[in-house]
Design a protein around this ligand. Structure first.
Ligand code: PGA
Length: 248
């Protein structure tokens, strides 16, 4: 059975006391029973927020693919696993564009997470010009390629996929629910072709890109959209939880 998942990606925002306050507020509110909440704070807060996981699970925003070594400033899947952190975002478009992460690097991160039993939240999505050129499906297929060709069925089942059209991230522009659904359907069909219908049906595919309380219901009502990866709107408890309570 598919899960409804809403993940908050705080990016590089909130100081420690603001982050604790936001988490404490989330923990006092009522959340739809059928939704799983995941919060991805800056990694420096993971261990202090760990004991506060009542209504939500924690995720890292990124890892290095190596297990350990001379990689100043990086954290590894093994470190997350030693803290019992269950998720990590990989391949976010900000990492792809600002930190020059290639599909190959991102796949190495996925493999490292799977080795340590941390579930990857794998991001993919096209640029504005790629959509305008009619290449959105091709671009997303290429980004998914390693997952589809190199993972085994039991590994792919541990992955959450987040489709985030890059032109919609932090811009206030959102893909229409119909366009987002077309891409989610395409991703699910690719999973079914490579693995099985049953596996494809069980993988959560989230939408990300200016998802807000005002548009979440329409987006989440689409057949192949299982929730959202939320940036800006996850920094406010009411808007984050209003998105989380948008499943009908
Ligand atoms: P946004 O960010 O909701 O602020 O557009 C989404 C994301 O980057 O995951």
């Amino acid at each position: 059975m598919r899960r409804n998942i809403v993940t908050g990606n705080w990016k590089m925002n909130l100081n420690h006391s603001d982050s604790t306050r936001l988490i404490d507020e989330i923990n006092t509110k009522e959340i739809h029973l059928d939704v799983e909440l995941i919060v991805a704070p800056p990694s420096i807060y993971l261990s202090s927020l760990h004991k506060k996981q009542h209504h939500f699970s924690l995720s890292a925003q990124n890892i290095h693919f190596e297990e350990n070594g001379a990689f100043t400033g990086e954290i590894s899947a093994e470190m997350l696993s030693s803290l019992n952190i269950n998720y990590a975002i990989v391949g976010h478009s900000e990492r792809r564009s600002m930190f020059h992460e290639t599909d190959e690097i991102i796949f190495k991160k996925v493999k490292s997470l799977l080795k340590y039993n941390v579930n990857p939240i794998f991001c993919c999505g096209e640029l504005k010009e790629e959509r305008e050129e009619g290449r959105a499906f091709e671009v997303v297929s290429n980004q998914l390629n390693y997952l589809l060709s190199d993972l085994k069925e039991d590994q792919i089942r541990k992955i959450i996929i987040a489709y985030e059209p890059v032109w919609a991230i932090g811009t206030g522009l959102t893909a229409s629910p119909e366009d987002a659904q077309k891409m989610h359907k395409h991703i699910r069909e690719s999973l079914a072709d490579q693995f099985s219908l049953k596996t494809a049906e069980n993988i959560a595919i989230l939408y990300g890109g200016s998802c807000k309380p005002e548009n979440a219901k329409d987006i989440f009502s689409q057949e192949d959209i299982d929730g959202g990866l939320i940036g800006g709107a996850s920094l406010d408890c009411n808007s984050f939880l209003s998105i989380a309570n948008s499943f009908s």
